[in-house]
Design a protein around this ligand. Structure first.
Ligand code: GRE
Ligand code: ZN
Length: 326
C-alpha cells in the first residue's frame, strides 16, 4: 500500500543518543546509531521503497523522562523540539512531529506542549512512561493528581498523547532478576506501559476529559487481549474493582485510546485488536530505527484484512487523529 503513515518513528539528538545504546550489542549499535541520527538520507529512501509517505517523529527513550533536574529536562526538551521542528520544516510533506515534554514539572510540560503545538506546528506529544524527578528513585506516573493541569492543557490544545515505553527502575524489576533478557521490548516495556495505561483509565482523567486521546504502541501493549478480564475478573464478587473513574475500564480503552502496530507485525495480534478496539483505532507504525521498515511494511501490505481496513489503519486514521492535510 502506498501513502502509509507511521507515528512511532524515532530520532535522537547528541544529548539523548546514548539512552538507546544499552538495548543493543555493540555491533548492532553502530547500525542503530546511523539509523537514528539520519533524517534525510536512508530513512527517506526506505520510506519511498516501502510506501510510507510520512513519519510523525519523536525523540528516543527514555531521554527527557530520565533527566532528574526539571530545568535541565525542560532545556533538553526545548533543544530536541527546536531541532525536530527545523527538520520537519525541510520536508513537511514527509515528516510531522510529536513534542518531547519535561513532565518532571507539569507546569513546564504544559507550557512546552503549548509552544510546540502553537508555535512549532507539532501535532501531539510523546512521553516515555514515568518521569524521574530530583532523585533517581523518585518517580511520577501520569495519573497522579499533580498532572491535572497538564492534562487540562493537553485536552484544550486537542492533541493526542503517545504513551511510549521505558524500562521499570531496578527496584521495580526484581521479577526479572536472573532473567534480564525479559527487559526492554521483549516483555518489560509492554508490562510497564500497560500498567501505566490502566492507571490512566481508572483515574477519572477521561471523565474530566472525554475527548482526550492516548496512543499506545506495540499493538496496544497486550491490552487488547487482556481488557475483558480487567473488567470481569471475579465478576460474581460485588464492587470488586474500586477506582476513581466512573465507567468500566474497557470503555475508556474503547473511547480514549488508539493503538499502533509498531514492532508487533503479527497477523493474529492485529485480528484480535480489530475485533476488540476496532479498525478505526489502529494505526500503522514501524518503530524505526529499532525495528525495520521493510518488516513492518511487507507484513502490513499483505496482511489478510479488507482493503477498507488497510486504508484506515495504514493512513486515514492517522490523518484524522492528527488533523493532517495528507
Ligand atoms: C522503542 O522505542 O520502542 C525501543 C527502544 C529501545 C529498544 C527497542 C525498542 O527505545 O523497540
Ligand atoms: Zn518506540
Amino acid at each position: 500500500m502506498k501513502g502509509k503513515i507511521g507515528l512511532e518513528e524515532h530520532f535522537a539528538i547528541e544529548d539523548t543518543l546514548m539512552d538507546s545504546k544499552g538495548f543493543f550489542p555493540d555491533d548492532v549499535w553502530a547500525e542503530v546509531k546511523d539509523r537514528i541520527m539520519d533524517l534525510h538520507g536512508r530513512r527517506l529512501r526506505l520510506m519511498d521503497e516501502y510506501g510510507m509517505q510520512m513519519m510523525i517523529l519523536s525523540l528516543n527513550a527514555p531521554a527527557v523522562q530520565a533527566i532528574l533536574d526539571p530545568k535541565k529536562a525542560n532545556e533538553i526538551s526545548r533543544k530536541a523540539n527546536d531541532y525536530l521542528a527545523e527538520q520537519v520544516r525541510k520536508r513537511p510533506d514527509r515528516y510531522q512531529a510529536l513534542a518531547a515534554l519535561p513532565l518532571q514539572d507539569p507546569e513546564l510540560a504544559a507550557r512546552e506542549l503549548e509552544r510546540c503545538v502553537k508555535d512549532l506546528g507539532m501535532v501531539g506529544a510523546l512521553a516515555n512512561g514515568f518521569s524521574q524527578i530530583g532523585d533517581p528513585n523518585n518517580i511520577a506516573y501520569l495519573d497522579e493528581k499533580q498532572y491535572a493541569p497538564f492534562w487540562d492543557a493537553c485536552a484544550k490544545l486537542d492533541v493526542p498523547f503517545y504513551l511510549h515505553p521505558r524500562n521499570p527502575l531496578p527496584q521495580d524489576s526484581r521479577i526479572y532478576k536472573g532473567a534480564e533478557w525479559l527487559m526492554g521490548p521483549i516483555w518489560a516495556f509492554g508490562q510497564e506501559t500497560a500498567v501505566h495505561a490502566l492507571r490512566l483509565m481508572g483515574s477519572g482523567l477521561f471523565d474530566r476529559h472525554p475527548n482526550l486521546q492516548i496512543v499506545l504502541g506495540h499493538m496496544g501493549e497486550n491490552l487488547t487481549f487482556a481488557m475483558w478480564r480487567v473488567d470481569n475478573a471475579n465478576a460474581w464478587i460485588p464492587n470488586r474493582n474500586n477506582y476513581p473513574a466512573k465507567k468500566k475500564i474497557g470503555e475508556y480503552f474503547q473511547n480514549n485510546f488508539h493503538i499502533t502496530v509498531s514492532g508487533n507485525f503479527h497477523t493474529q495480534a492485529l485480528l484480535n485488536a480489530m475485533t476488540v478496539i476496532g479498525s478505526d483505532r489502529i494505526m500503522f507504525s514501524t518503530d524505526w530505527p529499532f525495528e525495520n521498515i521493510d518488516h513492518a511494511a511487507v507484513w502490513f501490505d499483505a496482511a489478510p484484512i479488507g482493503e477498507a481496513d488497510r486504508l484506515k489503519i495504514g493512513r486515514t486514521n492517522a490523518l484524522r487523529l492528527f488533523k493532517l492535510k495528507g
